[in-house]
Design a binder for this molecule. Structure first.
Ligand code: HEM
Ligand code: HEM
Length: 433
């Protein structure tokens, strides 16, 4: 059906004669355009925002992620609608212009998919960040990613963050060309092109070729994809949880065949050192258990890990600083939240790097307050007969681990209250079993 064009004196005939896009194409074009422009602005603002206590940064990132996933679903609907409903014939223009316009349109479609997808892959791969929840409801991750090994996910998150950030510039470049083209056509060529996408605002047009068909398919497919991914995410492990080896989790059966070591707890210690108002303080965990297997006799090789498995379980209520005031607070909600998360677990499943005869490095997952963090622990190890003496140190950022953030807010953001850096010192003496 071709709608009748009503001509009036103040509208150039070309404008009035142009057929416009279907209402659905127009609505999707502007909804997605506004959302994308808003997302770029918000993306940059949140990047520049300081994180930490009291900052709305995390809440804004969560909104950014949920709106981004929505854009992706709308884009899927739009592409299907576009395939089922070709746009009206374009106004006469030189071939190069028509080619340029089509190329920019295709690239814009590619970017409308790539931009949210790269962000979503990054967010699903991130281990330390907060789960991607759809507007605070259920978790939504790109299927398959939360199940990947922690190191692969870390690399993916870094790589895709770069791509996500760079693509914003690509989309801006395309948008400049796109808007320049639309404005040129509308105001220089006066061929009513802008009116095809914004009827009413830039002059009258003829109606669309027809009202279009396939809305059920376009929106139905997008809704189905959304539901399928939500379903997979709900049944898969959380993005914040790196995959733990089921054998190690369930039955405590070692995942390694390396010799086991029995820890002498009398001679071993896990200490933490930090600062309070500029004054250093030291604490220790009075209770913990460690399951250690390590093929310490294997030759050193910085490129390939030696066989090993480490699992340290620390009851958080055993943290002691020797200072009653700290000890009273340290188990509280905002610090270690002992009531909800009684234990912290550090587990190394991927073997241990032996860089030299005495220098080792273990990379594992520290599960603290229900969230997994990738932690590298370099340590020295000396073997004397059947006895091994290990010393390792690693600096953790307690705010990044979600420890004591609220307390800082109460203290009006005084970051010197308790220093962010916490040095964890591990001394272990063990005998070969
Ligand atoms: C991020 C923002 C935007 C994106 C991703 C975007 C994307 C697109 C795409 C993919 C098309 C091709 C539709 C098709 O034929 O399949 C299109 C058409 C169009 N866009 Fe945009 N657009 C954006 C912003 C804008 C803005 C700000 C304007 C205003 C100047 C505009 C004006 C138009 C016009 C007039 C058309 C129709 C062109 C024609 O009739 O051939 N767009 N847009
Ligand atoms: C069309 C959709 C999107 C646009 C235009 C967009 C744009 C941006 C921009 C411009 C930034 C700042 C980049 C920088 O300067 O480094 C950003 C950051 C970010 N985006 Fe998106 N984004 C989109 C979709 C998504 C989606 C779907 C997700 C996740 C589900 C996401 C997750 C993130 C995250 C987590 C950051 C912060 C990166 C960081 O950790 O520093 N984005 N986004």
């Amino acid at each position: 059906m071709t709608a009748e064009a009503t001509q009036s004196d103040d509208i150039p005939s070309a404008t009035a004669g142009q057929q416009r896009y279907t209402a659905i194409a127009i609505a999707l074009h502007w909804a997605i355009a506004l959302l994308i422009i808003g997302m770029i602005a918000v993306g940059w603002i949140m990047e520049a925002m300081p994180g930490g206590p009291g900052s709305p940064k995390i809440a804004i990132i969560q909104i950014h992620k949920a709106v981004g996933i929505t854009i992706l679903m709308l884009t899927i609907a739009r592409i299907i609608w576009r395939v089922m409903n070709p746009p009206p014939a374009e106004p006469p223009m030189p071939k190069w212009q028509s080619l340029l316009a089509s190329s920019v349109h295709i690239l814009l479609y590619v970017l409308m998919v790539a931009m949210p997808l790269t962000g979503w892959i990054m967010a699903s791969a991130e281990i330390d960040q907060h789960d991607t929840r759809y507007f605070g409801t259920f978790e939504m991750n790109v299927p398959g990613i939360p199940g990947l090994p922690a190191e692969t996910r870390e690399g993916m998150a870094d790589g895709f963050e770069q791509v996500h950030s760079n693509l914003a510039w690509v989309i801006i470049g395309l948008l400049v060309l796109h808007v320049a083209g639309a404005v040129k056509h509308q105001f220089i060529d006066k061929d009513g092109l802008l009116a095809r996408m914004a009827p009413g605002l830039f002059g009258r047009t003829a109606g669309p070729v027809d009202d279009g068909q396939g809305g059920i398919w376009a929106f139905g497919a997008a809704a189905l994809i959304f539901a399928a991914i939500a379903g997979v995410s709900l049944s898969a492990p959380s993005a914040g949880t790196a995959p733990t080896t089921p054998a190690a989790e369930e039955s405590q059966t070692p995942v390694s065949n390396a010799p086991a070591w029995t820890v002498d707890y009398e001679k071993s210690a896990i200490l933490f050192r930090s600062g309070y108002m500029g004054q250093p303080f030291e604490g220790r965990f009075s209770k913990w258990t460690a399951q250690i297997q390590l093929d310490a006799a294997a030759p050193a090789n910085p490129d390939k890990p030696i066989d090993g498995y480490i699992r340290v379980v620390i009851p958080m209520s055993s943290a002691q600083t020797g200072e009653p005031y700290y000890d009273e607070n340290v188990g509280q909600g905002d610090w270690f939240d002992v009531a909800k998360h009684p234990e912290a677990v550090f587990e190394v499943t991927g073997g241990v790097f032996k860089d030299s005869d005495t220098q080792y490095e273990a990379t594992g997952i520290l599960k603290l307050k229900g969230v997994d963090h990738l932690v590298r622990l370099p340590f020295t190890l000396k073997i004397d007969g059947q006895t091994a003496t290990a010393h390792g140190e690693t600096t953790l950022k307690r705010l990044a681990l979600g420890v004591g953030a609220e307390t800082l807010t109460e203290a009006k953001g005084d970051a010197e209250y308790v220093q962010d850096d916490v040095l964890v010192v591990i001394d272990i003496v063990a005998t070969r079993q």
